[in-house]
Write a protein that binds this ligand. Structure first.
Ligand SMILES: Cc1cc2nc3c(=O)[nH]c(=O)nc-3n(C[C@H](O)[C@H](O)[C@H](O)COP(=O)(O)OP(=O)(O)OC[C@H]3O[C@@H](n4cnc5c(N)ncnc54)[C@H](O)[C@@H]3O)c2cc1C
Length: 436
């Protein structure tokens, strides 16, 4: 997100940088020349929806928004090739006329496909992995300017690691995403007591295509949400411009939420419990049927900062209970729920879900409130449960910790060094986690 002529900020406003240059190359040849000749470090930016300083640079920031649209379609393999800078809200309008859709999505459609794949963005699902695991191939511009195609049978090591590589291997220009015949989802909300939620958790996770829950820690009930396939009638799919507008338009509900977030710090002890009950009620909404791309994301108008860690699924219930208890015990002021989702295991080297099914647990803080106490408290608990951070969200993981958590960490570092020997694609944040 460019703010002013020469500055860049992420969505939440927590990362602001002043690159020497912000470049929007018109094609792959120009991009390769830009990368090869760039002085200082070079970072690719998607739509700046990450909370961590992944795109932070004083060097060259590359905007790949020109790499947009459907560039290939292989119905036999169920793979659609999509320009790297294509926003998620646009993808359905490209696939729907072909009769196809993405297998899964996160709860936000403002990201670009390359930002989502590079950072391991995910939705929820017992048997569904992250969007990185849905990538079947990609084209990559290396630091040298060379262009590589990577897939299971072409540069397989770079493919295995490069699906969650945070822009460290190079610039993706197009990505082959796995697709399936288009489908509709029915969204259902229901409320359980805390004990009942945990008693039924495994069953609800397995019985629904997508299941997640929202726990406002000062409330004694939990809001559960499922998404399941249906043949029921859905409204006509929205056009791409309508999907774009939908994500930016405030609603009475978001205005009320913002008012609560603003007011809470002034009278926390009076307001925490009643506001959490009210926010639980507001979160619950009517069940409805929509095409998948409209069912997954919700408009996210009110800005916040977020931390998310993935812990082994079996430890998820204990971890989330401990987090809720710690927030209450320390009387931490937050107006957001703890969100609990599952993500299937994958084999992507630096994926938080490498080799294990995860419970992905996230906590949020309103962007005008200091998140430090909340995040420090929760991060200590996540770490104790063997948590691996979402790379696009706030975390303080060090190189030594990463080496212990990711079995392929050393291989990833070695491959990064081979592909980018001068560290062109590193910035300060990433250099600390993956030192040269
Ligand atoms: C409101 C909101 C809701 C969210 N919901 C979810 C969710 O449901 N699930 C989830 O997992 N995450 C979620 N996130 C996090 C978000 O999906 C990720 O951080 C994602 O990376 C953002 O995509 P982006 O296009 O904005 O990429 P950016 O944040 O701009 O970049 C992310 C990374 O991708 C790299 N990158 C971008 N383009 C390229 C390219 N062409 N080649 C190589 N590298 C590239 C960047 O260098 C950077 O390292 C949410 C974030 C917000 C703000």
């Amino acid at each position: 997100m460019i703010i002013g002529g020469d500055r860049w900020s992420n969505w939440s406003g927590s990362v602001v940088c002043k690159p020497r240059k912000i470049v929007r190359p018109p094609d792959e040849v120009d991009l390769a020349a830009t990368v090869r000749c760039a002085e200082g470090n070079v970072r690719a930016a998607g739509n700046g929806m990450s909370f961590s300083p992944l795109c932070d640079t004083g060097g060259t920031l590359i905007d790949l928004s020109v790499f947009n649209g459907l560039t290939g379609f292989d119905a036999g393999k169920s793979v659609a090739t999509i320009g790297a800078g294509t926003p998620m809200w646009e993808i359905a309008s490209l696939l729907h006329p072909e009769g196809y859709a993405l297998n899964t999505m996160g709860d936000n459609d403002r990201e670009t496909v390359s930002g989502a794949v590079s950072s391991g963005t995910h939705g929820s699902g017992w048997n569904l992995g992250s969007l990185s695991s849905e990538a079947a191939a990609f084209n990559l511009v290396l630091a040298s300017g060379e262009v590589l195609r990577c897939a299971g049978d072409e540069n397989p090591e770079i493919f295995a690691a490069g699906r969650t590589a945070l822009g460290l291997f190079g610039m993706m220009t197009e990505i082959g995403m796995m697709v399936r015949p288009r489908y509709k989802l029915v969204k259902t909300y229901f409320v359980h007591s805390i004990d009942e939620t945990f008693r039924q958790l495994d069953g609800m996770m397995q019985a629904n295509r997508h299941f997640e829950f929202f726990w406002y820690p000062y409330d004694d009930q939990i809001v559960c949400k499922s998404l399941n396939e249906t043949n029921a009638r859905a409204p006509e799919p929205r056009s791409a411009p309508a999907m774009r507008a939908r994500g930016e338009r405030p609603t009475p509900k978001t205005l009320l939420q913002r008012t609560i977030y603003e007011a809470l710090p002034f009278a926390p002890h009076l307001m925490l419990q009643p506001s959490h009950r009210l926010l639980s009620v507001l979160r619950k909404s009517f069940g409805r049927v929509r095409w998948s791309n409209e069912a997954f994301p919700s408009p996210r108008i009110v800005r916040f900062n977020e931390m998310e860690y993935s812990v082994p699924y079996e430890k998820g219930a204990d971890a989330v209970r401990e987090i809720a208890e710690a927030i209450r015990k320390k009387k931490i002021v937050t107006a957001y729920p703890i969100v609990f989702r599952t993500v299937a295991a994958d084999d992507i080297w630096m994926s938080p879900h490498y080799g294990r099914r995860s419970a992905a647990i996230s906590v949020h803080q309103y962007h005008r409130q200091n998140p430090r106490e909340l995040f420090e408290t929760c991060e200590a608990i996540f770490r104790a449960y063997g948590g691996r951070p979402h790379w696009g969200k706030v975390h303080t993981l060090t190189a030594a910790e990463a080496a212990k958590l990711y079995p392929k960490y050393d291989d990833f570092r070695a491959l990064r060094k081979k592909l980018d020997p001068t560290g062109k694609f590193l910035n300060r944040h990433l250099g600390a986690i993956f030192p040269e």
